[in-house]
Ligand binder design. Structure first.
Ligand SMILES: [Fe+2]
Ligand SMILES: [Fe+2]
Length: 347
């Protein structure tokens, strides 16, 4: 990693050429880290003009006194044939139309969109979204818009992910199995909340409170799952020019982590609160997690993972798996690791 601390350079000498030259020296996969005393937004625009599709921009800190950005050199996506380009543009148009439709128009536009979505592959959808972001749609806007087009596309996407037949030891199988456990526990969390809402005091829900505490630990431990996605899978996608979808998923992970910590804090401090206050604090956290984490998992199972499968080479999956094992599994363990452990014990 190359680091440039612009705070140490006089304002009139912070010439963009200096940064651009440092960038040109970097090999693919390398990172240029910029530290500045204000948001280097203009630099991002310059990169968009000069180095379109070959960099991934990630804020590591955003003020108030210090801005840190890591700019990674990535492989540009393969050029599209004229026919592919036409298809991509059509898809972007229909996505824009869906997102701009007024409530009265939405029904009609959704019908029109369905015929495009019937044939769209998850990777195509993700790349169209990435281009829209690179053309100015903000990430948070894109997240909101995803809900609209996901509603239309759900039936077709499900079919694509069903076609993925993977061995049990494959990193994606491991992640999908973990998703099943997480989803099961989200449902349990939802049921507990319903029971708490209906009860009037701690005495009536002792069992549920115990389960709630257990589940709050479980969800903290699932952090390892997100870490494996971020540290083993996402960098591989970024190296193939797929930069925006991983960023969106990373932002989700941060939000989930904060909520999971709050859930744990509320659950563990239960005896210090009165019952009504306890349920009042708990409700929005559980409601957030059951809705948003479930949706996040849906997008991973049906868009991100099929896209990753289509993109990474066989050897890369072996590397991903090695990193998975190094990061660890906590409350889950892949079947092949369990078998190995069993054999060792029997010896
Ligand atoms: Fe994730
Ligand atoms: Fe996940």
């Amino acid at each position: 990693m190359e680091e440039l601390d612009l705070r140490a350079v006089a304002e009139n000498e912070r010439h963009p050429d200096k940064i651009m030259n440092a960038w040109k020296e970097l090999a693919r996969g390398d990172v240029l880290r910029i530290i500045n005393d204000h948001d280097p937004k203009p630099l991002r625009y310059m990169f968009q003009i000069e180095f379109k599709h070959t960099f991934a921009w990630e804020y590591k800190r955003q003020g108030p006194d210090e801005w840190i950005v890591e700019i990674k050199k990535i492989k540009p996506p393969a050029p599209l044939s004229p026919e592919q380009k036409k298809k991509r543009d059509e898809l972007k148009q229909i996505l824009k139309k869906l997102h701009q439709a007024s409530p009265e128009e939405l029904g009609g536009v959704k019908k029109e969109a369905e015929k495009y979505f019937k044939e769209v592959e998850p990777k195509e959808l993700a790349m169209a979204e990435q281009e829209l972001i690179q053309e100015g749609t903000t990430r948070s806007e894109m997240k909101r818009l995803c809900d609209v087009h996901l509603e239309v596309i759900k039936a077709h996407l499900g079919a694509a992910s069903q076609r993925l037949k993977l061995p049990a030891s494959h990193p994606l199988t491991i992640c999908k199995d973990e998703h099943k456990i997480i989803k099961r526990n989200l449902k349990r969390l939802g049921r507990i909340l319903e029971k708490l809402k209906a009860a009037g005091s701690f005495d009536k829900v002792k069992k549920e409170i115990d389960t709630l505490k257990e589940l709050s630990h479980f969800f903290l431990e699932t952090e390892k799952h997100h870490q494996r996605e971020e540290k083993a899978l996402f960098p591989r996608l970024e190296a193939h020019g797929i930069v925006e979808p991983p960023q969106i998923f990373k932002e989700d992970h941060l939000e989930f982590m904060a909520k999971k910590k709050t859930l744990n804090e509320i659950a563990m401090a239960q005896d210090k609160k009165d019952f009504r206050k306890f349920v009042e604090l708990l409700s929005p956290v559980i409601e957030f997690l059951t809705k948003n984490l479930e949706e996040h998992i849906y997008k991973e199972d049906n868009i991100l993972y099929p896209m990753a499968y289509e993109t990474l080479e066989k050897e890369e999956w072996l590397e991903v798996r090695k990193k998975f094992d190094a990061i660890g599994y906590c409350c889950f363990a892949p079947a092949d690791l369990e078998k190995k452990k069993g054999k060792k014990k029997r010896k």
